[in-house]
Design a binder for this molecule. Structure first.
Ligand SMILES: [Fe+2]
Ligand SMILES: [Fe+2]
Length: 230
């Protein structure tokens, strides 16, 4: 008795194509890394939790953004000072401090979630102060209107209260920054005197021009409730 099956020609061709299909799908799957993965030197357990929690990935994105915004605004402050726009320089300094507060707030929540904050600092492109203000307005508007609202919605869906808080603090401050930068951009010549002070809340990074507004500053563990920049 013949122990081998005889496979009709047509079926053999189909089987071969199916096998090739499996091979090619497998090879695609192995060459494309998962999009949710955050490049890091963290442990496999931390990487697993990153892929499980979109909010952790969002916090890493926000942490990276705030880290770079801090560096960029310091460079813009130096340029504004060189060009004689002393008040604009103060505004950039105040916003840089606010972004630093956001960066550290986000880092705290990332650590609470068992991961390590990851950022990649890039050298900012410094142009004229007017152009730098335009860049700053675009960045702040995107964070205020798109990035933080989306991240907050996701954190709420995950029931992560600490993430909701740090992301909401940042969104509030970015709205103020966008407004202040627009004021400077629209009337730049009046931002030369260096007489304008800014008040940065150490808990939320919110940024005001009147000291009386610091009463709105949420309670913090810092010895100073707000910092004055002028
Ligand atoms: Fe920020
Ligand atoms: Fe900002």
């Amino acid at each position: 008795m013949n122990r081998f099956f005889i496979i009709p020609k047509k079926t053999a061709v189909l089987l071969s194509l199916a096998t090739l299909g499996v091979i090619s799908l497998t090879s695609c799957a192995t060459t494309q890394p998962p999009s949710a993965e955050v490049k890091s030197s963290s442990s496999p357990a931390q990487q697993a939790s990153t892929t499980e929690s979109p909010t952790l990935k969002n916090l890493q994105t926000a942490y990276n953004g705030e880290s770079n915004a801090h560096v960029m605004y310091l460079a813009f402050a130096k340029k504004a000072d060189e060009e004689g726009y002393k008040d604009a320089a103060n505004l950039f300094q105040a916003a840089a401090r606010a972004e630093e507060i956001h960066r550290d707030n986000h880092a705290k929540v990332i650590r609470e979630m068992g991961a390590t904050p990851q950022n990649k600092l890039t050298t900012p492109e410094v142009k004229s102060t007017s152009e730098n203000l335009e860049t700053a307005i675009k960045g702040e508007s995107y964070e205020r209107d798109t990035m933080y609202p989306d991240f907050i919605k996701q954190a709420e869906a995950e029931g992560n209260k600490d993430a909701v808080q740090t992301l909401s603090y940042a969104q509030e401050a970015e709205a103020q920054h966008a407004q202040l930068y627009a004021q400077a951009k629209n009337n730049l010549d009046s931002w030369r005197k260096g007489t304008q002070s800014f008040y940065v809340c150490t808990a939320s990074g919110e940024t005001w021009t009147n000291q009386s507004d610091t009463a709105k500053c949420p309670a913090s563990n810092s010895s100073k409730q707000f910092e004055k920049v002028n």
